[in-house]
Design a binder for this molecule. Structure first.
Ligand SMILES: [Zn+2]
Ligand SMILES: [Zn+2]
Length: 291
């Protein structure tokens, strides 16, 4: 017998514990939970290595961006270490493949793109510039965001792989006044769309970016996708326990899920709440809204 102490297994984070609870309560979501645990774990490890960027942008440039509705992070502001990004890109593709979210042929194509540094770097730069709108509408033609013939899931892999790097930009910019004044439907940090929301105890609705997880205030009943603010044309429904809510727009037919924090015991946890609400997506789609 060895008298060396047995090393305790690494403690699960709060997020992982909550995700595992979903698996117990809703066994049909087990695969989605397992994939999310793998992604969250990988992203947390990467993010801990990414330095907090010192964003050099001048205050008047930030204000001009904010007034024009353009996000505040330029591609060169992102603290991207290419060796680390390439690894994150590869691991993301591997996790999606392992849980069959992408097929073998797509995985192979994506891995090949990631292997070639001369291809990946300009590809990521072009994709970020086109999808953020940071340089204005002329530079943001979403049609050529990815190279011709690239698999459709490349977008998803890029969103997940760049998240740990962009999330550090969001952390660095969060205290800036320009961010407090932002009320557009798209993200003030990276220009992406919200894919979740949180209702605060004071009934304010915060939108949460689907790429960098920054949060900002959007009108409580304004559709972030088309700016429709006619209450009669927003359909809202809640889960039976009141924990989650859907806001569906009867103009553009898109919808947004939200965590209702008004009577909750914890704040929103996007990685957990987006999985717990997968049945709500089905309900919204069944009512004719677009997933
Ligand atoms: Zn963002
Ligand atoms: Zn809309």
């Amino acid at each position: 017998m060895s008298d060396r102490p047995i090393r305790a297994p690494r403690a699960d984070t709060r997020e992982v514990l909550e995700l595992k609870q979903i698996k117990v309560a809703q066994p049909e979501l087990a695969t989605a939970v397992d994939m999310q645990v793998a992604l969250v774990d990988m992203q947390r490890r990467v993010q801990s290595r990414v330095p907090l960027p010192r964003l050099q942008a001048a205050a008047d440039w930030l204000q001009a961006q904010q007034r024009a509705g353009r996000p505040l992070v330029r591609f060169d502001d992102i603290p991207l270490d290419w060796t680390d990004f390439r690894l994150t890109f590869r691991q993301t593709a591997d996790i999606l493949r392992r849980f069959e979210a992408i097929d073998a042929a797509e995985h192979e194509q994506i891995v090949a793109l990631g292997r070639d540094g001369n291809v990946l770097e300009p590809l990521v730069r072009r994709w970020y510039t086109a999808t953020s709108g940071v340089d204005g509408p002329d530079a943001s033609d979403a049609r050529d965001r990815t190279p011709e013939g690239a698999p459709p899931s490349l977008d998803q892999v890029l969103v997940l792989a760049i998240r740990p790097f962009l999330a550090r930009c969001a952390e660095a910019l969060m205290p800036r006044a320009e961010l407090q004044a932002w009320t557009h439907g798209h993200c003030p940090i990276c220009g992406w769309e919200p894919d979740f929301a949180a209702i605060l105890p004071n009934a304010e609705r915060r939108l949460i970016c689907g790429r960098c997880v920054a949060q900002w205030s959007g009108g409580a009943l304004t559709c972030p996708f088309c700016a429709n603010d006619d209450r009669a044309l927003i359909t809202s429904f809640a889960t039976r326990d009141g924990r989650y809510r859907v806001y569906a727009c009867d103009v553009c037919r898109r919808y947004l899920k939200a965590y209702d924090g008004r009577h909750a015991s914890r704040p929103v946890m996007v990685s957990v709440d987006s999985i717990a609400t997968l049945p709500l997506d089905a309900a919204a789609i069944q009512r004719g809204y677009l997933g």
